[in-house]
Design a protein around this ligand. Structure first.
Ligand code: HEM
Length: 311
């Protein structure tokens, strides 16, 4: 059956494909097809997504603020999904597969770091037009962000407190707190590969904050000293290190953007503001992977430094 599109008067060809009413039209020489089953907006729920930007101040710059937070929350959601995939691959000793997934997480982080540039166009005056409307709302209350920290390995149980009025968030955070983190799974993988990870770090209470171990540092040191003998684990170490490297860069850009927008004011969440964010730059997910670098020494196998041709 043929009908005309009421707006453009173009003929629309109709048919049934796989039991679904299907439509076809020719627009600017291209055949365009759609059906009554799945569409772009039904699949991606764009109506719900695009209907979720509710300005509380009515001030134009609040839109940027909302969309920046929402996009970051979406990327955090994707990162957690991918990290869980990587943990699953590690449990199956599929180190290459885990590495591919961790690379994707690193790429998302780099994208997020770059996106601070968009928020940096918000001047102090722009922000002050709507800051008062935010009252005590703050990114500090992002339960996904806290979940991501827990998932990577930074367990700080007391921070669940701010989610007391959100039962779902509290349950999620408590579950992730009580489960092994990405770093715990990496250490389990090292142990299964024959490395001497102490029991204190393999069978611990996952909810407790991770404590750096000299024995774990020694294991990383041995892997990094002879990369050729442990190539997969060496690459895994580098991919995991990259995640902390980018995460800290994200924290730094957040702190710098905040400093540019509010200076030394306190945060809406009640903290000391930039001072609080600066302190977070010292937090670490994978402490031994950083400490080990200090204790690495150069191999002398390529010659004696005293034989340098320019000396
Ligand atoms: C003009 C924009 C922004 C300002 C002025 C700002 C300011 C602040 C301040 C002052 C804090 C410390 C807690 C407090 O007292 O409120 C904070 C924490 C936080 N903000 Fe932002 N922020 C901004 C944008 C963003 C964006 C776009 C995100 C993305 C999700 C974000 C996520 C967070 C998170 C996760 C924390 C908690 C950090 C932690 O506990 O280590 N912020 N923010």
């Amino acid at each position: 059956m043929n009908e005309d599109d009421p707006i453009n008067g173009l003929p629309i060809r109709q048919s049934i494909e796989d039991g679904v009413e299907t439509f076809e039209a020719t627009i600017e020489g291209e055949t365009i097809r759609w059906d009554k089953g799945l569409t772009y907006s039904r699949h991606l729920q764009t109506d719900k997504l695009l209907g979720s930007q509710a300005l509380i101040s009515g001030k134009p710059d609040e839109m940027l603020f909302i969309i920046m937070h929402q996009t970051m929350e979406l990327w955090i959601k994707l990162m957690m999904h991918e990290i869980r995939e990587a943990m699953e691959a590690l449990r199956a000793d599929e180190i290459g597969k885990a590495g591919k997934t961790l690379d994707r997480v690193g790429t998302i982080m780099r994208h997020m770091i770059h996106s601070w540039e968009v928020l940096a166009t918000l001047t102090p005056h722009d922000f002050l037009t709507f800051r008062g409307f935010l009252r005590k709302a703050s990114g500090f209350q992002s339960h996904q962000y806290r979940e991501l920290e827990f998932l990577l390995g930074l367990k700080r149980a007391e921070l669940i407190l701010v989610h007391d009025d959100n039962a779902d968030a509290k349950t999620r955070l408590t579950d992730v707190l009580n489960a092994s983190s990405l770093y715990d799974e990496v250490l389990q993988t090292l142990a299964r590969a024959g490395h001497a990870i102490p029991d204190s770090h393999l069978k611990r209470n996952w909810a407790q904050p991770y404590e750096s171990s000299e024995a774990v540092e020694q294991v990383w040191l041995s892997i990094y000293t002879d990369p050729g003998d442990h190539w997969d684990l060496y690459m895994l170490g580098e991919k995991v290190t990259a995640l902390e490297y980018y995460f800290q860069e994200w924290r730094f850009k957040h702190m710098k953007t905040v400093s540019r927008v509010i200076g030394r004011k306190h945060g809406t969440g009640g903290s000391s503001g930039v001072n609080y964010l600066v302190k977070a730059l010292d937090l670490s997910f994978f402490p031994e992977l950083w400490a080990m670098r200090t204790n690495m020494t150069a191999s002398r196998e390529d010659g004696d430094y005293s034989e340098c041709p320019n000396s």
